[in-house]
Every structure is written in structure tokens, then in C-alpha cells.
Ligand binder design. Structure first.
Ligand SMILES: [Cu+2]
Length: 421
């Protein structure tokens, strides 16, 4: 009996060792690769898939000089499948995810509206967005779109590498004031702030040193302890204290008056939410999609989902793409041309169908869609098995021969399929 137990333990040890080796190898390989994603990988997969979907995202440039402008444009679909763990985007802010102001945001727009403040977005709607950026710091930066939802946190969009050449010292950020004066926001009045902070800091230090120069702690302690505390402060020192107070008040009053005359009209900080953002008017899709069931492999790089799809339109349609959590899984039969999208989240051959024939007008078809790509795993969507809600969602794109495109939100609960280790 002991010998069988020992044999069993030996086999397990061998297996564990092999597993450990594989994990170690994978970890060291991953560690040496370039850092493509910047935080979003570690977010819960179901939250990434079910909150929102960025699509048609375009970066107007990926290489520019300091002071040169670029824009990121695209569409933002707020998912109907919005999870209960995240507050609805009633207060949300359109942001850009980058390591500090390597580009400055000249303007951002949602539904054509300028949105420097938080906005209110509705579930199930699609919005057009545009972010105008200006290059500031030289280097190679991964620039993401991002929507921050109050109490929910950041939801990170696709990122693209942007190369900035030149020297940050040349950066200018001119802004025209209401009175017509043009200022450079990069430098404006910084000298003034340094000057006044330094003046008062020096005055404070001088005051401490003035009192400290005589007797010090011990001498003063002895004076007070021996009952001679009243003689510690001389009449001259009292006059100097009064003079210092008067000088301080005088400087405050005069500088206040000078500043008020230099800037006679000032306004408080502008704040508050921007409501009534126009959503895109997307005509109702003639394709009805009913999600039936789905599974995904753990560990693995595969999601298989079965749908009942009805085409009520006039043209045959084909499934061309499934987009979720910034990833795009393309059907190579539909996307025959090279797609311009960041490589780390573009699975050009990531989508295959159980039946490749187009869905004819009036036809209802049960179709199994297989999403299969290493990116499903590297972007850690396979980690759905660790989440508290094993369900997915995404946009499915249908294409007609005439070039029309219909996007339909799909998704639902999926069952993990655990592979033997
Ligand atoms: Cu990144």
C-alpha cells in the first residue's frame, strides 16, 4: 500500500514540476515582451465586455512633432448588458489614457458637443466621439481612449502607439482670453506663483530666525522657569512685532489691490454635468439575434456561442466581426482587406462560423460562432472563469453584399469548459 502511495506522489510531483516549469517559462516570456496593455488586462473580464464598446476608432496620426495636433475619432456604444457592479454612466467623463500629459487635450466631443465636463450617457445608445490632442513630450506613448464612470471607475478603450519627435521645451499652448489677449497656458503666470510663495516663505523663515537668534530654547526655558519670563521680550522686540504685522497687512492689501486691478474680471471655476448628449441615430437592424448558449475553454483561447439569427431585411447578411472589450475578432471571409487597428487587439482570423453561407432574407438560422485567438487569452478574457458573473457581451457586425453594416449587441451567460491539467 505504501509503495502505491509513494508511486502516486511521485507522479504528482512530476506533473507539478512540469506545470511549474511551463508557468515559469510563460511568465518570463511575457515579462520580456513589450508592455502593450496598460492596466486594462487586470480588470474583470465580464466588466470589460459588458460595459461599453468602442468601435470605428481611428488615430489620425501615429507619428508627430511637438506642437503638432492629432485626433482620435470613433463611436462609443454603451451596452444594454451594463453590469450591476458598475453605476450607470449618468455621470461619466470622456478621457484619454496616457502616462501624464504627453499630449495635451485641446478638446473632446461627444455627439458633436464639447465635453470638458462630465456627461450623462444612456444604456443601449451609441455616441460619436472625437478627441483633439496636441503633442507635448517626445517619446513613444500608448494612447488609449477612456471613459471614467462616477463610482464605477475607468473603462479603458483601445490603445495605439504614438511617436512624438522634437523637444518638450518648444511646446506652446496658446489660448485666447475673452479680452483678446493670447496667453501660453504652459507658462502663464508660473513666475508670479513662484514669486509670491517665495516672498512669504522667506518672511516666515526670517521671523523664526529673528526670535531664535537670542538665547535659544534652553536660555528661554531657564528665564521662564526662574520667573523672569516677563523680561524675555523687550519693548524694541514688541515694536518690531507690531511693525512686521503692519508690513504683512500692507503687503496683503497692496498686492490684493494690484492683482484686482490687473485682472478686474474673473469668473469662478466652471463645473456641473453636461446633459442631453445627442446619440447617433442608428436605424433598427433588420437582423434579430437570439443568444442560445455558449461555452469557453479554461485555460484557453476560445469562446463558442450559438445564436438563432433571423434576417428580416431585403439583402442576405454575413457575420463579419465580433467586438468586445476593445478586441476585434474578424471573419477573414468578410474582411478580405487589411484592417488598420492596433495589432495587439486585432484578431484578423479570429472568427469562424458553423455555416459560412449568407443568411438569406426571411431566413432563420441557428449559427454557431467561434471566437478563437491567442488575444482572447493574452487580454485575459479567458479569466472570465474567475469572475463573479460568467457572462459575456459584445457587438456583432453583419454585412450585406451592398456594403451596409448592422451592429447588434449580443451576449449572455457562458459556461466554462475546464480542460484537464
Ligand atoms: Cu496601453
Amino acid at each position: 500500500m505504501f509503495s502505491t502511495l509513494a508511486g502516486h506522489a511521485k507522479r504528482q510531483a512530476g506533473r507539478l514540476w512540469a506545470l511549474g516549469l511551463a508557468v515559469g517559462l510563460a511568465a518570463s516570456m511575457a515579462g520580456s515582451g513589450p508592455a502593450d496593455a496598460h492596466g486594462e488586462k487586470s480588470q474583470a473580464a465580464f466588466l470589460r465586455m459588458r460595459t461599453l464598446n468602442w468601435y470605428d476608432v481611428k488615430w489620425s496620426k501615429t507619428s508627430l512633432n511637438v506642437n503638432e495636433e492629432m485626433e482620435i475619432t470613433g463611436k462609443l456604444h454603451i451596452m444594454d448588458a451594463w453590469p450591476v457592479a458598475v453605476a450607470k454612466p449618468e455621470v461619466a467623463f470622456l478621457n484619454v489614457g496616457m502616462p501624464g500629459p504627453v499630449l495635451v487635450r485641446e478638446g473632446s466631443f461627444l455627439g458633436g458637443k464639447f465635453v470638458p465636463r462630465s456627461t450623462s450617457l444612456e444604456l443601449g445608445k451609441t455616441y460619436e466621439f472625437r478627441v483633439l490632442l496636441k503633442a507635448r513630450r517626445q517619446g513613444r506613448w500608448h494612447v488609449h481612449t477612456q471613459l471614467s464612470v462616477q463610482t464605477g471607475g475607468p473603462i479603458i478603450g483601445p490603445g495605439q502607439w504614438v511617436e512624438i519627435k522634437g523637444d518638450m521645451a518648444d511646446f506652446k499652448n496658446p489660448v485666447t482670453l475673452l479680452n483678446g489677449e493670447v496667453i501660453d497656458l504652459e507658462q502663464y503666470k508660473i513666475g508670479n506663483i513662484y514669486f509670491w510663495h517665495t516672498v512669504w516663505f522667506i518672511a516666515g523663515v526670517a521671523w523664526v530666525f529673528y526670535w531664535f537668534r537670542k538665547r535659544g530654547f534652553v536660555g528661554r526655558y531657564i528665564s521662564v522657569a526662574s520667573g523672569k519670563g516677563g523680561e524675555l521680550i523687550t519693548p524694541l522686540e514688541r515694536q518690531i512685532g507690531a511693525g512686521a504685522l503692519a508690513a504683512t497687512l500692507l503687503v496683503v492689501i497692496i498686492s490684493y489691490a494690484l492683482t484686482a486691478s490687473e485682472f478686474p474680471r474673473t469668473i469662478p471655476l466652471q463645473a456641473g454635468n453636461i446633459r442631453a448628449i445627442d446619440a447617433l441615430n442608428i436605424p433598427e437592424s433588420p437582423i434579430k439575434v437570439e443568444y442560445l448558449r455558449g461555452t469557453y475553454k479554461v485555460p484557453g483561447r476560445e469562446l463558442v456561442a450559438t445564436y438563432k439569427i433571423t434576417n428580416t431585411g431585403k439583402e442576405p447578411v454575413r457575420v463579419g466581426e465580433f467586438a468586445t472589450a476593445t478586441l476585434r475578432f474578424l471573419n477573414p471571409d468578410v474582411y478580405t482587406q487589411k484592417v488598420d487597428y492596433p495589432e495587439y487587439i486585432l484578431a484578423e482570423r479570429g472568427l469562424s462560423l458553423s455555416d459560412n453561407a449568407p443568411i438569406a432574407p426571411g431566413e432563420t438560422k441557428e449559427l454557431t460562432v467561434k471566437v478563437q485567438d491567442a488575444r482572447w487569452d493574452t487580454e485575459r478574457l479567458a479569466d472570465l472563469a474567475y469572475d463573479v458573473d460568467s457572462s459575456f457581451a459584445g457587438l456583432m457586425f453583419f454585412f450585406t453584399p451592398s456594403g451596409a453594416r448592422y451592429e447588434v449587441e449580443t451576449g449572455g451567460p457562458v459556461i466554462p469548459e475546464f480542460l484537464p491539467i
